[in-house]
Design a protein around this ligand. Structure first.
Ligand SMILES: Nc1ncnc2c1ncn2[C@@H]1O[C@H](COP(=O)(O)OP(=O)(O)OP(=O)(O)O)[C@@H](O)[C@H]1O
Ligand SMILES: [Mg+2]
Length: 462
């Protein structure tokens, strides 16, 4: 059944349920009909039995005539007609009609006692020839006798015709429901066929194509809407990957081209040792930049596929920030930037120390890079609403309102940043955002052009 199409499955279930209901209905109708028929037979048998009791009371002669009339003496196999027997109070046979031969319905003493006390007893028995006999036994209270009348019941043609008609109609209805079900399933699934055809046409080159949504509000149009939303998400992430690859190759190309040009110029003619040393130093610097880009790209690529292993441990942030501030002071000194630590509260978080250090280093690196000579950078750490709040404030070049929403995008750098610093790759804040997200925290920026920036990181405390 696993290889069946939905259309066949729907048809199968529809026909099974319909057919099952029909069979149940037919069975119940047949049983009701058969029950009513048996009731009719029982009533007839009772009337006959009471008639015998009556005739037997009038005279032996008229009783015998009556018995001969209602029983068929020539019928040796009880094919039709009725048979009659009269038993005494002990269940011994006193009289039987000719067609009965040696047979009679045996009764046990308990049944005899019950019948003699006034109960009418019915039983259906199977004859050795396979016929069904419906037998009634009634008491004849004045003489303490039992009167039995039997009738062959499995020759009931009305019941047979009814059963035949029911079976024929049932079969026709099931065949009809199979074809009807197939037709309905085809009609119901035709929008899915269209959807399949439309989806088959969507390739990576035309990811912008969408499924047609018809104005009818049904499950199919809902599914088309969901698929379209999924296609939009896929298109966005596909474009993001495309953009990432092209930006990454572009970023890598520039330092490589600079290095290549520098080496080519150096090799164009013979130079003194100082010139070669200068070229090697420049190349080393470019290689350092290249390796930083590759390292950042590697972190982001691993983060994207969820393969960066994060080792959560309890971290006391105070010594970590103090340590970062010491490192910051060393690089800030070269630009005569004053670094101060404002509030330093004792706060601990659950986090990956390496990543937390990477986050803080990226932020302080930006603060130094984008703050001109003689500027100031302030760091603070405090507890705020169950979170550790780290603030890095500088009075540098600031970020315009147009740039602010984009600075966390990969490879995004403001035009001002390019002018202020040539080692701007636009990856640091993307990494910061991923680190903060993976620690269930937030990162926000408040900035004003030419006035400075405030980066606020909050991380849940433990
Ligand atoms: N403190 C800041 N002051 C002013 N501009 C900033 C500051 N921090 C970030 N920016 C702006 O945001 C951009 C993105 O920063 P991000 O750290 O992601 O990249 P980057 O510093 O240019 O390069 P790197 O990948 O080396 O970090 C920067 O190019 C800069 O324009
Ligand atoms: Mg940076």
């Amino acid at each position: 059944m696993t290889s069946w199409t939905i259309r066949t499955k729907l048809t199968f279930w529809y026909t099974s349920i319909f057919g099952g209901t029909l069979v149940l209905f037919g069975l119940l109708t047949y049983l009701a009909f058969s029950y009513a028929n048996n009731k009719r037979i029982d009533v007839g048998l009772k009337e006959e039995a009471e008639g015998i009791a009556h005739y037997e009371r009038i005279s032996k002669n008229s009783f015998r005539k009556y018995v001969e009339r209602i029983s068929n003496e020539r019928d040796e196999e009880w094919a039709s007609g009725k048979y009659i027997a009269i038993l005494n109070h002990a269940g011994n046979l006193q009289f039987r009609s000719g067609n009965l031969k040696d047979a009679h319905l045996s009764l046990n003493s308990h049944q005899i006692k019950e019948i003699l006390s006034g109960k009418t007893y019915f039983k259906t028995v199977m004859t050795p020839k396979g016929r069904l006999l419906r037998i009634i036994t009634i008491p004849k209270k004045d003489t303490q006798q039992l009167i039995q009348i039997g009738i062959v019941v499995n020759n009931d043609s009305a019941l047979k015709i009814f059963l035949l008609a029911l079976t024929a109609l049932g079969c026709l209805a099931i065949i009809g429901s199979w074809f009807g079900g197939r037709f309905m399933a085809k009609k119901a699934l035709s929008p899915i066929d269209c959807m399949i055809k439309e989806l088959q046409q969507i390739e990576t080159e035309n990811l912008g194509k969408r499924l047609t949504i018809y104005p009818v509000k049904d499950e199919i149009s809902e599914l088309s809407g969901v698929i379209n939303e999924m296609l939009t998400r896929l298109e966005n992430s596909f474009n993001q990957v495309r953009q990432f690859t092209s930006d990454a190759s572009h970023e890598l190309r520039t330092p490589i081209a600079i290095m290549k040009a520098g080496i080519e110029v150096a090799l164009a003619r013979e130079r003194d040792i100082y010139n070669y040393q200068q070229v090697l130093a420049d190349t080393l610097e470019d290689l350092g930049r290249l390796s930083k880009i590759v390292e950042n790209l590697f972190i982001l690529a691993k983060a994207d596929v969820g393969r960066y292993e994060i080792h959560m441990v309890r971290i006391n942030l105070c010594p970590v920030i103090t340590d970062i501030a010491e490192q910051l002071k060393l690089i800030a000194e070269q630009k005569n930037i004053f670094v101060s630590m404002e509030k330093m509260e004792d706060v601990s978080i659950d986090g990956d120390e390496l990543l937390i250090r990477m986050l803080l280093l990226n932020l302080v690196d930006n603060a130094v890079k984008y703050t001109p000579l003689d500027g100031t950078i302030k760091l603070s750490l405090s507890k705020d609403k169950g979170c550790a709040k780290i603030v890095i404030k500088d009075n540098g070049i600031g970020i315009s309102q147009e740039d602010s929403p984009h600075i966390f995008d990969r490879f995004y750098k403001t035009s001002k940043a390019g002018m202020a610093n040539h080692t701007s790759n636009g990856l640091g804040l993307s990494i910061c955002q991923w680190i903060v997200k993976s620690h269930h925290g937030t990162i926000m920026v408040e900035s004003e052009l030419h006035k400075g920036s405030i980066f606020t990181v909050t991380l849940p405390t433990c």
